[in-house]
Design a protein around this ligand. Sequence first.
Ligand code: PLP
Length: 440
Amino acid sequence: MKTLQRPEVHTPLPGPKAKEVLARDERVLSTSYVRPYPFVPEAGEGVWIRDVDGNVFLDLMAGIAVNTTGYAHPRVVEAVREQAARFSHVCFSDFSSEPQVSLAERLDRLAGGGFRVYFGNSGTEGVEAAVKVVRYHTRRPYILAFTGAFHGRTLGSLALTSSNSKYRKGFAPLLPGVVHVPYPHPYRPPFGAKPEDAGQVVLDYIAHLFKTKLPPDEVGAIFFEPIQGEGGYVVPPQGFLPALQELARRHGILLVADEVQTGSGRTGRFLASAYEGLDPDIVILAKGLASGYPISAVLFKEELSSWPPGAHGSTFGGNPVAAAAATATLDLLEEGLMQNAYEVGAFLREELAKLQDDFPRLGDVRGRGLMIGLDFVKDPGTREEDPELRDRVAEAAFAKGLLTLPAGPSTLRLSPPLVLSRAEAALAVELLGEVLRELA
Ligand code: PLP
């Protein structure tokens, strides 16, 4: 496929072939699948993806922050081909092999050292494994998490998820012992606080809980996202996470960074936790780690590795083909993609913020690297969320050949492949600007 300069939409959306696939999909697939707009891919290259009708889209969502190196990166394709031609499975829970061992060594180094690694297949599996490490090691019954958090949808991780009650409705009872506190959203601070106090009121609230109902020495861990993803791409105020870490240390509580969405270079650093010099006890990676191949990695400090053989495992976890794709992805990240995410991300945020002058209902532009949220409001004064406007922007962007995704109540998330160039970012801003002008 030739490298294209601009999106090309030349059929009504969905086009006839997409329509046909979607009609069959509707008859046979689980009704739990969401289809935010009728996009049916066929093949892609870099940040460009063609649908089954030949329409070409500029991808600003990367399959929910997964396609780190873009579509069909030749180095990832080659790594997959080579490993698939050797062996694609022997069950890593039972037998060791080199691709996974070298990936674990690499992840340990990238995360700062001193970790052991457990491999799974998905983010939620990573979270489940982390919960089990915490339980087994601390034997403490409680876990602290944040409202607005998304940690997955299996029954254990679902108990930690609280970004939208629709994820939980109908599935109770969940894992007991999970206590939620508000996330310090600087744009919409909890407890009616001023933006500059958003972090402190949450810390005060945790201290209040510890005094009144939650014995801190019975809390095993605090699970947090360094930037809330599904909750709306919310960056906590500077200093909040270090203070949270200090509080956790004081009570012997483990700090678990869910970097499933923020990790693997998306924010311009390998871990978003690095922005505030955090030293989490456990780090969970998945999503973008292998550019679309299913793998998750739980990194936990050496001293937490007290469980015996068989205490946890998985048939497919640590699949060697996915591990090879992850290693190729990490090579590319270290050779420049992480830096690109940092630089193009900063440029993109700056340019997007300029759109606020003509379109004040784009209330907030936030994020780090190529993890950027656009928060739409009914009125910039009240900052009241406007989910309908956000959805209209996503639909209009799709019609223009831009793929985006909603996150949280009123945020449009941009999480493009990290190969996005400055010129492609400028084009994305130009097209989003057109969408906003048309909607104004
Ligand atoms: N944790 C975070 C922060 C996520 O964003 C997600 C998915 O969106 C998950 C966990 C769950 O990952 P998966 O969908 O691979 O199970």
